[in-house]
Write a protein that binds this ligand. Structure first.
Ligand code: ATP
Ligand SMILES: O=C(O)[C@@H](O)C(=O)CO
Length: 413
């Protein structure tokens, strides 16, 4: 293993694995820290953790344990993957985890670059945009767990890290890898350790990747990996895939704008059932009810708790954010266990990073093979001989994503 990656959620990790696989690297996504060595032929290992929204100290502990495992596999470079919308709170967890990894790796200059132009995320003058909106006007200000209320990534990160935050502006990035190296050195000389790097286009990310070839630690969204396979001598290659026959279903716990539009479209064409948050938390709706309902449907059924910001706020005010998240995530995990038990379902598409993490952990899956891309940032994944999954980040995918995902998973596209 040459490139070791630590992802702070499961969908984001599959997003990163997708980028590396398209770049020609042999990648495996591990669900949590493996308890044995990796297979010999793996070039890039992505350890998916569920550390985005947990207490910072625990996120640091798990990330350092993942680092130990990756180093034991022989990795030459470490990539810490977080969300392209920099999902975090003033307490963390991006800053604390980046600090801890930088210290463990003795990394003097750490690139911080969540840009993912393919999904509309760009960074200019240290500010993060989602398409033509600043981050804090993109809908992310209403995120249920990590509301993003400041688009200045330098300022947001500064609240989380114990190091000084620097910046490499677009003008330097546009001038190519040599200038980026100089600019990183200059920021380091000024005493900055975590350095936000502007990027607007894939070409910028390729240049940053080249400039980062010798850095022990890189951090960013999946975009930061675009240029990395070439550093390891890999070239883009088609990703093989064997479609999975059987039955599929969709589970959605994501409340993002994109997911809610996907849910609305799918519900107009297929069997769909809402999972009201309050009913789950008060125990008035059971996972068995939902699983039985799904198994009784024809077509491509969808069960969703996806709700608009006002409803999410009502539920969180009434029960507390943590209580709501724990109850809903545990619920989805139990629904998934029941669906997959006995081979009932063979294809699962899950929307939402926390939701996906809960489901993958609930199914006790330990690694995922990366298949072809369904939409930017979302690959098909093989979880076992009879089970394939797609893990959709909240804001990814076009409105017909759910139909498309099941079609790719089944081998129909
Ligand atoms: N009906 C609901 N009422 C209140 N909270 C909800 C409801 N449905 C989901 N949630 C909360 O929203 C969270 C959604 O997080 P999740 O990470 O799954 O989606 P996302 O943030 O859109 O995806 P991503 O992290 O990939 O962008 C859940 O963990 C849960 O806490
Ligand atoms: O970077 C992204 O936007 C995604 O991979 C993700 O992490 C969302 O959860």
């Amino acid at each position: 293993m040459r490139l070791g990656c630590i992802g702070d959620d499961f969908t984001g990790s599959s997003d990163l694995a997708n980028t590396l696989a398209k770049g020609g690297m042999r990648v495996v996504q591990y669900c949590g820290i493996p308890d044995g060595p990796a297979a010999q032929n793996v070039e890039a290992g992505v350890v998916a953790l569920k550390t985005r929204s947990i207490p910072a100290a625990e996120a640091v502990r798990q990330s350092l344990a993942a680092l130990d495992w990756l180093r034991a596999q022989g990795c030459e470079q470490i990539l810490f993957k977080y969300c392209s919308t920099f999902d975090s709170t003033p307490e963390g967890n991006i800053g604390p985890v980046a600090d801890a990894l930088a210290e463990a790796l003795d990394a003097p200059k750490v690139v911080v670059c969540p840009a993912f132009p393919g999904a509309g995320r760009s960074i200019y003058q240290g500010h993060l945009f989602v398409a033509d909106r600043l981050l804090n006007e993109s809908g992310m200000q209403n995120h249920p767990l990590t509301p993003m209320t400041d688009p200045d990534i330098r300022r947001w990160l500064a609240a989380q890290t114990s190091y000084s935050v620097g910046h490499v502006p677009a003008a330097d990035v546009f001038a190519g890898p040599g200038r980026i190296v100089e600019a990183l050195d200059a920021q380091h000389a000024k005493g900055h350790r975590l350095i936000v790097v502007d990027a607007l286009r894939d070409a910028d990310l390729v240049a940053i990747g080249r400039a980062a070839a010798d850095l022990p630690l890189i951090t960013g969204g999946s975009g930061i990996a675009i240029g990395l396979p070439a550093n390891f001598g890999c070239t883009p290659a088609p990703v093989p895939w064997q479609g999975q026959p059987g039955r599929g279903a969709i589970l959605s716990g994501s409340c993002s704008n994109a997911t809610r539009a996907q849910v609305a479209r799918h519900a107009a064409r297929h069997p769909a059932r809402e999972i009201p948050g309050a009913e789950v938390i008060e125990g008035r709706l059971s996972a068995a009810d939902i699983a039985d309902w799904i198994l009784a449907q024809d077509g491509l059924p969808l069960a969703y708790s996806s709700a608009d910001p006002a409803e999410v706020a009502r539920v969180q005010d009434r029960f507390g954010r943590e209580t709501a998240a724990t109850a809903l995530e545990g619920f989805f995990a139990e629904v998934a266990r029941r669906l997959v038990a006995g081979g009932g379902l063979t294809r699962l598409t899950i929307a939402g990073g926390e939701t996906s993490g809960a489901v993958i952990e609930g199914l006790a899956l330990n690694h995922l093979q990366i298949g072809p891309e369904i939409a930017p940032g979302v690959p098909a994944l093989r979880a076992g001989p009879d089970l394939v999954v797609a893990l959709k980040s909240g804001n990814f995918g076009a409105e017909d994503f759910f139909e498309k995902a099941d079609a790719v998973l089944s081998g129909g596209i």
